[in-house]
Design a protein around this ligand. Sequence first.
Ligand code: SAM
Ligand code: SF4
Ligand code: SF4
Length: 340
Amino acid sequence: MTATAVSTEPLVDSYGRVHRDLRVSLTDRCNLRCTYCMPADFADWLPGPSLLTTDEMMLVVGVAVDLGITGIRLTGGEPLLRGDAVEVVRLITSLPKPPEVSVTTNGLRLSQLAAPLRDAGLTRVNVSLDTLDRQRFLELTKRDRFDDVIAGMKAAQVAGLSPVKVNSVLMRGVNDDEAVPLLKRALSEGWRLRFIEQMPLDAGGTWDRSSMITADQIHAMLSEEFTLTEKPGRGSAPAEEFYVNGGPETVGIIASVSKPFCAACDRLRLTADGQVRNCLFARDEMDMMTVLRDESLSPDQIRTEVERRLRKVISDKLPGHGINDPLFIQPIRPMSAIGG
Ligand code: SAM
Ligand code: SF4
Ligand code: SF4
């Protein structure tokens, strides 16, 4: 692939935010059904021909990297269900200016894939785990796969993908008694834990602000057992980081809803069906698929048009997600289809 047709001006929006972080959804499919993400019986997957091929995905990724993207996070759905996930990592890390590549996964396929992913150049792995209880895991995800997640996390550590980052969403009356146990386990296993406020991104539209466990509540729960001290230097990172009992271990709390960090947002998303979204909560998407499959265009013309569309979608980006606005409307596509 040539890198001739794009300029090197970074992707800056009209609020001065420079975009460095691209989330790429490798698939909308998943082998779990987490209650906050998908209905239990969900199977309405995108049809195969509407998904980006690896070449198409790499064209968009290559242009984005030329425009200053320095970090690529592979997500989904469950990204490791894509048959060539390891090859995708290898292709990205082989770009002339390779970005850092990380993956957000439910961990189920890490036992087989952690070592090949590391060999392909993956640097970090985030595993989502909301409970330490097997039965509760089954209730939360509708699948009896707790042991596979733990095995996957161990495999990631053995492969040298440490520290494994862990994402946990706490829900009232479901797993909100696990804040302290999760942190204790993280400290003993060497995981780097981050709690994420539940966002209105479920396919069923069941999110309810009044039952959301807020960042302040998580902080209060943890403070009953640990001394938390704010770690300075957050930058554009969404998590507020705290030293636990003086450090060096830390815990993160992502207050996506109650204390949005949109003013420092540096991310954009490419969905598995070739749409670019400038925000998780965007109502509009920028279509790349039509351009990528336009047979009347030369490869250079395609790259130029992909660049133009990337710049346009960034220039249209709103200052924030608007969840706290009374007129907020939840995006039609759930988190699994957007790429979390
Ligand atoms: N399947 C992978 C996984 O679960 O890690 C990657 C995709 S998943 C959509 C990415 C992240 O989004 C996970 O950490 C998950 O917990 C989080 N997530 C999904 N729905 C959410 C919601 N409604 N609010 C907050 N986080 C959510
Ligand atoms: Fe699947 Fe991840 Fe959504 Fe859970 S959060 S259903 S693992 S995509
Ligand atoms: Fe960025 Fe949108 Fe998330 Fe705010 S809600 S941090 S603007 S992606």
